[in-house]
Design a protein around this ligand. Structure first.
Ligand code: MG
Length: 295
């Protein structure tokens, strides 16, 4: 199932892709719950769905209800703005050098342990929002990455149970002020500021529930700038795989529902400039598109 956060004028609601249409899932759940359950809090955004146990199964039931009562046409929405699939997670954790070819192109070997860092949550934007390029920066690069969305609190999780804590997947563009990052690395300063400018974390357009992605480690991943391919790889080449990443992170930090893990970018990093159109695509998830403007 592909879920998206939507806004139409001032109304926000969850959308779900169903038979090539977007349905207003918030309204669908409202109708479903008025008939079958009285106590549910109506979810307005995907974040609100995290409270529902066995979400995938629950949504299946709602879809059967919609179909059975011929509500598809009533619930179809045509005009809406797509919001980020998670608007304010408690944190974004990103992996560094998690594809060998990318580690090499930045002058490093494969790391022995996952390298993880944080991006400010205020850097999140959605599909078709603008990436604002501060004029005083000398180089900014996009980085396409498979994003993992956490579904429930996770602390000290063994690798074999780790996928139980995943809600689904999305696309993350880990936009980076590259010259700043390189200089900060040189003087042994953290990466945080170069990764955290406002608008430097486009995510979306969809959150695809994990049940729909048979193998997250076999997805083609690509980044295009003005239609030209810059990065092209497959998630099978991730050095550290998702269960290990979750297990490793949760030895240090508790992951909370809605948290986003960006699993690292493949090789092919190169600068962008104002006016560029960036498309980050992952098989089975979609295309996350953003235009760069000067700011
Ligand atoms: Mg990255």
């Amino acid at each position: 199932m592909k879920l998206l956060n939507c806004q139409n004028n001032s109304e926000r609601f969850i959308g779900i892709l169903f038979e090539n249409k977007t349905l207003n899932l918030t309204k669908g759940i409202q109708l479903f719950s008025s008939l079958y359950e009285s106590k549910i809090r109506i979810p307005i955004l995907i974040e609100d769905l995290l409270e529902i146990e066995n979400l995938s199964l629950y949504l299946e039931k709602v879809l059967v209800f919609i179909k059975h009562h011929n509500l598809t046409n009533t619930l179809v929405v045509d005009t809406y703005k797509i919001l980020p699939p998670i608007i304010r997670p408690s944190k974004i954790i990103a992996l560094g050098r998690n594809y060998l070819e990318h580690a090499k192109e930045t002058g490093y070997n494969a790391p022995r342990e996952p390298i993880f860092f944080s991006k400010a949550v205020s850097s999140i934007i959605g599909h078709e929002d603008k990436i604002v390029y501060p004029t005083w920066l000398t180089r900014v690069d996009p980085e396409v990455e498979l994003g993992v969305i956490i579904g429930k609190e996770a602390k000290n999780i063994p690798e074999e149970n780790a996928i139980d804590y995943v809600l689904g997947y999305t696309i993350v563009n880990d936009v980076t002020a590259r010259d700043m990052q390189t200089e900060d690395l040189r003087i042994a300063n953290p990466w945080f500021r170069s990764k955290s400018f406002d608008t430097f974390c486009p995510i979306g357009p969809y959150l695809v529930l994990k049940e729909q992605i048979l193998n997250p480690h076999n997805l083609n991943i690509e980044l295009r700038v003005n239609g030209n391919i810059r990065q092209k790889d497959n998630t099978k080449n991730l050095i550290f795989k998702i269960p290990y990443i979750i297990s490793f992170i949760t030895r240090h930090i508790t992951l909370e529902p809605g948290d986003i893990i960006a699993t690292g970018t493949p090789s092919g990093i190169a600068p962008i400039k104002p006016g560029d159109v960036i498309e980050a695509e992952i098989e089975g998830i979609g295309i996350l598109k953003n235009i760069v403007i000067e700011g």
